[in-house]
Design a protein around this ligand. Structure first.
Ligand code: NFE
Ligand code: MG
Length: 510
């Protein structure tokens, strides 16, 4: 007998996601079950691609940043790249470095957000704070607030910490309390990331300084110092707090190096231009059935058989269409199903790591990952898991912070931050980059100085896609299949697997 187990809505993500699973009971284990198949349902339509049509192309980097408050710089960069191609320019040297510096700040902010404020409560026992007897003022305040909130009889006291599911959380009170104290510290680190990005980005979220050809903020010595002092604090936190916490959680939950494997195919567009020729710090590529391949943009298409759109299925995004059809029969999601040469692909930090790990030209990423795996006595294939995704994200945060210091050194102080350009009457462009959550593309067509078509294919569109035209489940749907759920009323395992992808439904349905 099958039983439906749902997690709906999925909390501690961005946007509106519902997970429905069909499960079968496990013999001799009361109540426990195994997921036979899963459905990822994106429950909202936003319409940014429609909003953009008819507008000035220069507005696109501002409008598309509003797709998301977590990863706005990614959309700004993708948009600026698409416009640069259409205008026939590349960023100036300073422009490229300033864009990278703003972008790095936003990437690190997002990774810290994900580990502490979105995913950690799947592992940490928040109720341990009630036993806190130390002198830390922040923790005393947190403990007293949780106590008072419970005593007040509110419907959801101490949200988002409580209520919590019954689950196999970390048992040690001191470990729980330490993780909770870092949860609070991480809020301050995220503010510092935003301040750091705003030094050159003018404001964050939603930078006003990103423009085709560079940035509007001249890198004065004062601004360089304002960035570097914040970067030191952030780097120290990532190295001395975030990575050790990640290792601690991994130590307590080793089974999650085997759980949530997923489709096993990985896609990266590459990110952070290192020079004018477009070489990237994290390289592009694909890994399909364990084999590395060079990335080819023409192999992307978006299928909509199970998505709530009446526009044709299988279009390349340069010709993409987004016609909403709420009542479409057989459709169960507002997310389209992007595919690469018809393959289901995982995108995100783990995908970037895997693509660069397998790149035959040899990258520094392999050395870094192997060194980490060796200290933990792990095999490379164990990266294809819930904890592997967390590890990839944490390692990236450190790499990005280290590399940002180098870009800062390369800046030409007081020199122009952008290149001039003239907008053509007609043009097309594509901007490919990597958002914190994975491969992000914007496709732009300009006619008569106006946007004639604008299509975004976004990381969570890849990861949380529904079944495609051939019935292949999406990456998260595949990662859930086969998972064991100990208590169907408290399906923490679903939460842990889904959140390891760091879904942003706001982005996915744009
Ligand atoms: Ni709204 Fe985003 C990232 C983009 S995810 S967070 O990272 O693009 O689909
Ligand atoms: Mg789209």
């Amino acid at each position: 007998m099958t039983r439906t187990v749902s997690l709906s809505p999925v909390t501690r993500i961005e946007g509106h996601l519902s997970i429905q699973t069909e499960t079968e009971p496990l013999d001799g284990n009361d109540g426990a079950c195994r997921v036979k198949e899963a459905r990822c349902e994106g429950e909202m339509y936003r319409g940014f691609e429609k909003i953009l049509v008819g507008r000035d192309p220069m507005d696109a980097q501002q409008i598309t940043q509003r797709i998301c408050g977590v990863c706005p710089v990614s959309h700004g960069i993708a948009s600026v790249r698409a416009q640069e191609m259409a205008y026939g320019i590349t960023p100036s040297e300073n422009g490229r470095l300033l864009q990278n510096l703003i972008f790095a700040a936003n990437q690190i902010q997002s990774h810290v957000l994900h580990f502490y404020h979105l995913a950690a409560l799947d592992f940490v026992d928040v109720s341990a704070i009630l036993q806190y007897s130390g002198n830390d003022r922040g923790l005393i305040a947190l403990r007293d607030w949780v106590k008072a909130s419970i005593a007040s009889g509110e419907v959801f006291p101490a949200a988002p910490f409580l209520p919590q599911w019954k689950a196999d959380y970390v048992k040690d009170v001191d470990v729980n309390v330490s993780l909770l104290s870092h949860y609070v510290e991480a809020l301050d680190i995220r503010r510092t990331c935003h301040e750091m990005g705003a030094v050159f980005g003018a404001r964050l979220p939603h930078s006003t300084a990103l423009v085709p050809g560079g940035c509007t903020q001249t890198p004065t010595l004062e601004r360089v110092l304002a960035y570097s002092s914040r970067l030191k604090k952030i780097f120290t936190f990532v190295r001395d707090v975030y990575l050790p916490d990640l290792v601690e959680v991994a130590k307590q939950f080793p089974a999650y190096f085997e759980i949530g494997r997923g489709c096993g195919n990985f896609l990266s567009y590459g990110v952070f231009e290192m020079d004018a020729s477009g070489n990237r710090f994290i390289k592009p590529g694909a890994v399909i059935d364990g084999r590395w391949e060079p990335f080819e943009v023409d192999r992307i298409q978006e299928e909509v058989r199970h998505s709530r759109y009446s526009s044709p299925s299988g279009l390349h995004p340069s010709k993409g269409m987004t016609d909403a059809s709420p009542e479409k029969s057989g459709a169960y999601s507002w997310i389209k199903a992007p595919r690469y040469g018809q393959h289901v692909m995982e995108v995100g930090p783990l995908a970037r790591v895997m693509v660069n790990y397998h790149d035959p030209s040899g990258t520094w990423v392999k050395k870094e990952v192997d060194a980490f795996l060796k200290t933990r006595n792990l095999k490379p294939e164990q990266m294809l898991s819930v904890l592997g995704r967390h590890v990839a994200r944490g390692l990236e945060a450190m790499w990005f912070a280290k590399q940002a210091a180098k870009w800062l050194d390369e800046l030409h102080v007081d020199e122009a931050p952008a290149r001039d350009f003239t907008m053509p009457k007609e043009g097309t462009g594509v901007g490919l980059t990597e958002a914190p959550r994975g491969a992000l593309g914007h496709w732009l067509t300009i006619r008569d100085y106006r946007i004639a078509n604008y299509q975004c294919v976004v990381p969570t569109t890849w990861n949380c896609s529904p079944r495609d035209d051939r019935g292949q489940p999406g990456a998260v749907e595949q990662a859930l299949a086969g998972a064991t759920i100990q208590d169907p009323k408290h399906p923490i395992e679903i939460g842990r697997i889904v959140r390891s992808f760091d879904p942003c439904l706001a982005c996915a349905v744009h």
